[in-house]
Design a protein around this ligand. Structure first.
Ligand SMILES: C[S@@+](CC[C@H](N)C(=O)[O-])C[C@H]1O[C@@H](n2cnc3c(N)ncnc32)[C@H](O)[C@@H]1O
Length: 243
């Protein structure tokens, strides 16, 4: 598993907003590329960046009269630099197929689509599923399924989605790039990591405590849990690896 980058989501209060221009594709930045079967877990902590997605997020939420629901882990990304870091870490390029768990208002989806990906979004909240579907209604690069990721059959959804792609460079594998709801972090890791037959890269934004818990524990500490054995097994790490 790769080293942990430092990132933060800035959750700002809802306010009126001016018109918002869609971000243009960003030049590629340095970001970790990972071999098939490896995972990349980002945690949230202290990095500042541009806020060019701020108003789009506020507009999307206000349009439905919604406030974020803690029970659904709705911490929306208002720092577009972090979205770009996630997309770059997965090496997303034209023609890629990406699974996004919990697209919410679509701020990360937007960066994925601009990088050239076709995205399958799994969104539990019907309001957010409708917001993100409407936001990208004019592109055929996004399909949203309004389902609970924990209960849905992601392997068959992803196989069908990959098979449905009409392209000369039809990809064999998909990538996972998501700012996931924190309350289902362990479920996501448990479901996704064994699917090396479908996913070539996994880039998740997690709470720092969760990321550290998943990658730091060594066999000799009391913090070691079954989930660590699981993560180490699928990421090819040994018990003495340092983060
Ligand atoms: C942390 S927010 C991220 C939203 C967006 N990707 C962003 O970066 O701003 C998590 C999103 O996951 C959705 N969600 C929560 N639980 C879910 C579940 N079990 N399955 C699918 N989506 C879920 C929430 O409604 C919310 O939109």
């Amino acid at each position: 598993m790769a080293a942990i980058p430092q990132a933060v989501s800035h959750v700002l209060p809802l306010q009126p907003f001016p018109p918002y221009p869609l971000p243009t594709p960003s030049p590629s930045r340095t970001g970790a590329r990972h071999r098939r079967g490896e995972s990349f877990i980002a945690c949230s902590k202290g990095l500042r960046g541009s806020h060019d997605d701020y108003h789009a997020t506020l507009r999307a939420l206000n349009s439905k009269g919604r406030t974020p629901r803690k029970s659904l882990g709705q911490h929306y990304m208002l720092n577009n630099d972090i979205n770009e870091q996630l997309v770059n870490a997965a090496g997303v390029k034209e023609g890629d197929v990406v699974l996004e768990i919990g697209p919410g208002t679509g701020s990360l989806t937007n960066v994925l689509i601009h990088a050239g990906a076709t995205v399958l979004g799994i969104e539990k909240d019907p309001y957010m599923a409708s917001i993100v579907t409407e936001r990208f209604a004019e592109t055929n690069r996004l399909k949203v399924l309004q389902e609970d990721f924990v209960k849905c059959h992601i392997h068959s959804h992803m196989s069908s989605f990959l098979a449905s792609i009409v392209s000369d460079m039809k990809p064999r594998y998909a990538k996972v790039v998501s700012n996931i709801p924190f309350n289902i972090s362990t479920d996501v890791v448990k479901q996704i990591l064994p699917m090396g037959d479908i996913f070539s890269e996994v880039v998740l934004l997690l709470q720092e405590e969760t990321a550290v818990r998943l990658v730091v524990s060594a066999l000799r500490t009391s913090e070691y849990r079954p989930i660590n054995i699981f993560v180490n097994f699928y990421s090819g790490r040994c018990s003495s690896c340092e983060v």
